[in-house]
Design a binder for this molecule. Structure first.
Ligand code: PLP
Length: 373
């Protein structure tokens, strides 16, 4: 692969046309879903043959081609974001190694560290994302970054952490779920590996779980590929096809979601019932400067506080254009009272994922629900 990654616009153009590049006359332009466990294979297997779907399937090869174009790096598909992150951790870390991970990132990754990595003998240091510049990097084998973090939206300077980590002999993995590779390219910023939950904005319709790992380190990718094959953590062809379809519109969806989020964050920050608005696109937001430097846009997730649990629940019930649900990144705006999962955040904190609806009617619904809450 070329050492200088192509600009994101070129990657997006190729993403849309990659399938037609290899088509023979009369072949389907739409991606066929190859629902098969096994392939007709007489004689000795040869390099590149499909044999058994745990080792490879043409429908996930097609989505991996798209992901690889976006990341400008080889990519491997997984059945969820957690499967992608755990594949990185279990192929990079050994008993006795030290991992530094965000104390304020996605709680599922902390649960994985507590339930699997620590009993396996990895020592885990939890550190706030906003302070990663001062994380105790000495002796660490791996640093896991999630910037901006979910749900607090704190950010760190990825390239600065990478330089410090590499100087200390540590490797850096980035969970790039909250922004996607369209809005932020951790591999271009020097990270060794990246994992993304494609369940969110990448597939974009809330109808599938999926994930991927990408890296320009061929040996690391070989370990991840072997892990996937022997552990059986493989995506299904139907899920792969849904993600393939979603990725064809990811750029336009994200453009609308980010511009809606910017407008809604500005309006929320002026509303008398709302406090503590977090949206990295607001110039006063603590993550603004770092993200203006390293990201193409500021994303579609907003955090804000309502005065208490009851008002927050009333607000969510009163909305008709905002689905009360966990997860984020869909074309449909959704929100939840995040403290219901037991995270150490205020009871009235709302994590708000902005979708693709027309802005004014969406805002009207939010405003009406705030008044009645
Ligand atoms: N990383 C982040 C930042 C997330 O928010 C999530 C899910 O919410 C995941 C990883 C896990 O992804 P999945 O649910 O696809 O396993």
């Amino acid at each position: 692969m070329d050492k200088t990654p192509p600009p994101i616009e070129e990657r997006l153009l190729r993403l849309l046309h990659h399938r037609s590049e290899g088509l023979k006359r009369g072949e389907a332009i739409g991606l066929p879903i190859e629902n098969t466990s096994t392939f007709y294979l007489p004689g000795d297997p040869q390099d590149g043959d499909y044999s058994y779907t745990r080792e490879g399937n043409p429908t996930w090869t097609a989505v991996e081609a798209q992901l690889s174009i976006l990341e400008a790096a080889p990519a491997l598909a997984f059945p969820s974001g957690m499967a992608a992150i755990s594949a990185i951790m279990l192929t990079e870390l050994r008993p006795g190694d030290k991992l530094i991970m965000p104390s304020d990132g996605y709680y599922g990754v902390r649960a994985f560290a507590a339930n699997v990595l620590e009993p396996f003998g990895v020592s885990v240091v939890h550190w706030p994302t906003a302070d990663f510049a001062t994380a105790p990097i000495e002796g660490a084998k791996m640093i896991l970054i999630e910037s901006p973090s979910n749900p607090g939206l704190d950010a760190c300077d990825i390239n600065a952490v990478v330089e410090r980590a590499h100087a200390a002999g540590a490797r850096v993995a980035v969970d790039n779920t909250t922004l996607t590779p369209l809005l932020q390219q951790p591999l271009d910023l020097g990270a060794d590996l990246v994992a993304v939950s494609d369940t969110k904005a990448m597939s974009g319709h809330g109808d599938v779980l999926f994930g991927h790992v990408a890296s320009r380190d061929a040996e690391a990718m070989q370990r991840v590929a072997t892990w996937r094959k022997v552990s059986g953590a493989i995506p299904g062809p139907t899920e792969a096809a849904l993600v393939h379809r979603g990725l064809e519109t990811v750029e336009v969806r994200l453009a609308r979601m980010c511009s809606n989020a910017m407008a809604i964050a500005r309006r929320l920050s002026r509303h008398s019932k709302v406090s503590g608005v977090r949206y990295p696109g607001l110039t006063e937001d603590p993550s603004h400067q770092i993200m203006a430097k390293q990201s193409r846009d500021f994303g579609f997730i907003i955090g804000f506080c309502l005065p208490d649990k009851t008002i927050a629940e009333n607000f969510l019930s009163a909305c008709t254009a905002v689905t009360n649900a966990t997860s984020f990144g869909s074309v449909h705006t959704s929100a939840e009272r995040r403290a219901r999962w037991g995270e150490a955040i205020p009871e009235g904190f709302i994590r708000f994922s902005v979708g693709c609806e027309p802005l004014e009617p969406l805002w009207h619904d939010i405003q009406r629900a705030l008044e009645t809450a």
